[in-house]
Design a protein around this ligand. Sequence first.
Ligand SMILES: Cc1cc2nc3c(=O)[nH]c(=O)nc-3n(C[C@H](O)[C@H](O)[C@H](O)COP(=O)(O)OP(=O)(O)OC[C@H]3O[C@@H](n4cnc5c(N)ncnc54)[C@H](O)[C@@H]3O)c2cc1C
Length: 428
Amino acid sequence: MTLQQTPANAPEVNWAGNHHYRATVIHHPESEAEVQALVRGASSVQALGSRHSFNAIADTDGIQICLDKMLIAVRIDPEAMTATVGGGSSYGALAVELAAHGFGLANLASLPHISVAGAIATATHGSGDDNANLAADVVALRLVDGTGEVRSVSRATTPDFAGYVVGLGALGIVTEVTLSIVPAYTVAQHIYLGLDWDAVLANYDAVTGRAYSVSLFTDWSGESVGQAWFKQKIGDGRTSDYPAELLGGTAATDGVHPLPGVSAVNCTQQLGLAGPWQDRLSHFRMEFMPSAGEEIQTEYLIDRAHAVPAIQALRALSDVITPLLQVGEIRSVAADDLWLSTAQGRDSVAFHFTWFRDQAAVEAVVKVVEEALAPFGARPHWGKVFDADASALAPLYPRFDDFKALVHRLDPEGKFRNEFLQRAVFGE
Ligand SMILES: Cc1cc2nc3c(=O)[nH]c(=O)nc-3n(C[C@H](O)[C@H](O)[C@H](O)COP(=O)(O)OP(=O)(O)OC[C@H]3O[C@@H](n4cnc5c(N)ncnc54)[C@H](O)[C@@H]3O)c2cc1C
């Protein structure tokens, strides 16, 4: 068996470059049997996806296992309306395959480059009042646990399945994921600029419910929301009325990027031109790198019932937030039942922050944001920078202790434990 290793000159940093992995080596196995052998032979191991997380969640003092070379053809089951894909596959590659066969996914995150297993492990989400996060579409998983055994679990047959999906890399190496799929559909993207904050807040539910997926982009300063992106699913019964002016804002007449002044060339098609779901739901196109440059992200999810007071609390902090911020985004995520999902048990609003890449300054401002959002029971995105530790996070998740028990069962020797999990989950 040949185990591929990362060439010596490969960048052993995350996508944003704000975390250098401590792992001694990155393996790229080509089969599940190789994954089993690697896990059995390691004392410390962690799965590595497409490296898009902004913290140490994918790190380890031992070996990392990346499934980017474990090519598994997408298996579509049109009867069950599911698709099975390798854990290392990107959402973008899956989307192309599904679309070619007339199928779709209910939603996508803002960029399609992320790996499926990595995205579901951290409860990655897109937007939409009725759209749950990407992990909520998972109906079955195959994973190599901490003993090297392969486990097949499914929503239909595994009683504690809801504990497995948002797994934070703590339960094993996910080799295959089976997702619910839908018939392919068409989306048009309408963008408005400079909407009046007061009008948006007075009509908050109408604004976020106006389209299948809605994102509000803001720098939290001033009296207007920078941009509102409405992703209209054609024929879903919601309005098709996109007038020249809306809530004090004006319809964009040219392509726009969420970051003011940045070319829209990397963004998916806008200006209300209808097209396939996979070319509209993400903000950024698969064939381009999505960012304007170096950045760090944080994000917090709260019960959407508190959206308006929480937005007011963040606007009141603009003196602290805005100077370090490239752009902020407000999205909706529907409730799910996954134990460690940031939207577990509550329809949520997500407050996302794309900061300039100044780690120390971000860590300082994140504490201020967390304090402001603490009264709303804010759950931080698992894959982004946050300050809270296990003692602060445990009360926010009713099944937190059940998750820890599941980790002990699947990984009795603690091979997947890393510093991140010690701090954020085990608190030891
Ligand atoms: C530009 C950009 C835009 C983003 N947009 C969004 C967005 O719209 N919405 C959102 O919610 N998040 C967003 N994110 C965050 C991102 O989706 C998450 O950080 C996600 O976890 C990244 O997936 P990854 O494959 O890069 O995982 P990695 O960062 O490589 O790993 C994350 C976790 O997944 C685990 N993991 C990876 N592969 C496996 C596997 N095969 N088996 C078991 N565990 C595994 C790792 O061990 C680790 O615990 C964005 C990030 C960037 C950089």
